[in-house]
Design a binder for this molecule. Structure first.
Ligand SMILES: CC(C)(COP(=O)(O)OP(=O)(O)OC[C@H]1O[C@@H](n2cnc3c(N)ncnc32)[C@H](O)[C@@H]1OP(=O)(O)O)[C@@H](O)C(=O)NCCC(=O)NCCS
Length: 444
């Protein structure tokens, strides 16, 4: 093990980074991730880094299925005999191409297995001891003749033997799948790796489908990376940009299909960026494009499961004296009053509305937004949500007691008030030592 001073990263930075990744390590354990990558990734000089990252995911208890592509390897083999033929981004696999498919799939699989078997003491794979399982998990059928084009041995997925894959994963094996399927009559079909990965993820009900792509998913006009999209946004995006390069359009279409079939999160990650997989899976904002059916960030009522996350958010503010202290038990008892913003499993904002239904007033409390996410109107959204809730509950006034955020509330229509205007139950709770300013707003 390196002494901390010998590492490239300053020790404090490393410790902070490692600690901040721990919620993701807990969250990902025992979850099934399907990761697909093209044959280009296997040919790249840095492919062994990807394999080290796969090994790390496996050692952290992630159930891993890898699906590899073989397109450039097939092209290499066909190069001298016949030019590769494609239609609608799919290869037309004649007898000659099928021979190349079989050779390429065998070779690539063996190369990946060899890299996953590496265990040299001075390499990142030391002690990894990864067991790899491959097999006839994919049943396929011919694509047939489309638009007058006979696709010959190009096929599509018919069925995935999810039970057999789960059995392998249960034994801590990494499952490696080639883009090849077999028919019940013993025929072999050439498949698209993305299609296989998507079908496998759906059949396994995987937590995540990760597509390692050949380029970042960027906005064609601004060139800026797209961090997240819902499936509805992708559909609109594809309609608006019909000439998008297939390296971008194909993964986006696969992501829509996966999300519509129940996969909660699809990640598109540019495989050419060093460590991209780890940055995407273990940092708050990731590095790739996250795709989900529902908005990535959700404002919703809190439940008992959220208490840990709420405490994590408000504890530093309590210590600074910005928020009044509240115990876990108090939050537990009043959890129905809390609303939170959840972002990819983490709670980054909260507010509470304590309502007195008989006297028709409410108190806004515990408003907080994580420091990394401030100044994007999240607190505004929380306050709007709580105000709408107050209206639904037929409250006439809401109060806030604040020491350091008075102006924020005044800018949002609250008026300064004083203790004489507080309803009796609130008066009794007012802590003169804290000396909070009293603000109130009529609910219209
Ligand atoms: C106050 C808080 C909830 C605002 O969250 P947010 O999501 O950044 O808020 P919004 O994006 O809706 O509003 C941002 C605006 O509020 C302003 N603002 C932030 N804190 C403020 C404060 N204490 N007083 C006055 N204005 C403040 C910001 O400067 C920004 O305005 P600007 O862009 O014009 O400069 C957040 O700063 C926080 O969690 N603070 C610590 C906890 C706290 O004070 N809670 C209130 C307890 S009563």
């Amino acid at each position: 093990m390196n002494h901390p001073t010998q590492t490239m990263t300053p020790p404090n930075e490393f410790v902070n980074w490692f600690r901040s990744s721990s919620p993701y390590i807990h969250a990902h354990r025992n979850k099934t991730f399907v990761i697909s990558f093209g044959g280009e990734a296997v040919l790249a000089a840095d492919f062994e880094h990807h394999v080290h990252d796969f090994a790390l995911l496996n050692s952290l208890g992630i159930r891993l299925v890898l699906v590899h592509g073989i397109r450039p390897q097939i092209d290499q083999r066909l190069h001298n005999s016949a030019p590769p033929r494609f239609h609608n981004h799919l290869r037309i696999t004649d007898d000659l191409a099928l021979q190349a498919v079989k050779e390429a799939a065998g070779l690539v699989r063996v190369e990946i297995e060899a890299l996953l078997s590496l265990g040299l003491a001075n390499s990142p794979m030391a002690g990894a001891k990864i067991k790899v399982a491959s097999g006839n998990f994919v049943t396929a059928k011919p694509l047939g003749v489309i638009d007058g084009i006979d696709y010959c041995h190009t096929g599509e997925v018919r069925r995935i033997d999810s039970e057999a894959i789960h059995q392998q994963l249960d034994q801590d094996n990494v499952v490696l799948i080639s883009p090849i399927g077999y028919s019940p009559s013993g025929e072999i079909f050439n498949l698209s790796a993305e299609q296989v990965a998507t079908a496998v993820a759906i059949a396994l009900k995987a937590e995540k489908l990760v597509l390692l792509t050949e380029q970042s998913c960027c906005h064609p006009d601004s060139g800026k990376p797209i961090q997240q999209m819902t499936t509805a946004e992708i559909s609109a995006f594809l309609d608006k940009h019909p000439n998008l390069h297939e390296t971008m359009s194909q993964p986006l279409k696969a992501a829509i299909h996966a999300c519509n079939s129940g996969i909660a999160r699809v990640h598109l990650i540019d495989r050419t960026q060093n460590g991209a997989l780890l940055l995407e899976l273990f940092t708050r904002d990731g590095i790739g494009t996250l795709i989900s059916s529902n908005p990535f960030e959700d404002l919703r009522p809190a439940s008992l499961h959220d208490i840990g996350g709420i405490l994590e958010l408000i504890k530093p503010l309590e210590q600074q004296g910005v928020l009044a202290k509240r115990s876990r038990e108090k939050i537990e008892m009043e959890i129905a009053d809390y609303f939170i913003i959840e972002r990819d499993g983490l709670i980054i904002g909260c507010i509470a509305l304590h309502a007195d239904l008989q006297r028709h007033f409410g108190v806004i409390a515990c408003l907080a937004v994580h420091p990394d996410y401030r100044r994007s109107a999240r607190a505004n959204r929380l306050l709007d949500y709580a105000s709408r809730k107050a209206k639904q509950l037929n409250l006439k006034k809401i109060f806030v007691l604040s020491t350091q955020t008075v102006h924020w509330f005044i800018e949002r229509g609250f008026l300064s008030s004083d203790i004489t205007n507080l309803p009796e139950p609130l008066k009794a709770l007012y802590n003169p030592q804290r000396n909070s300013k009293i603000l109130c707003k009529d609910i219209e």
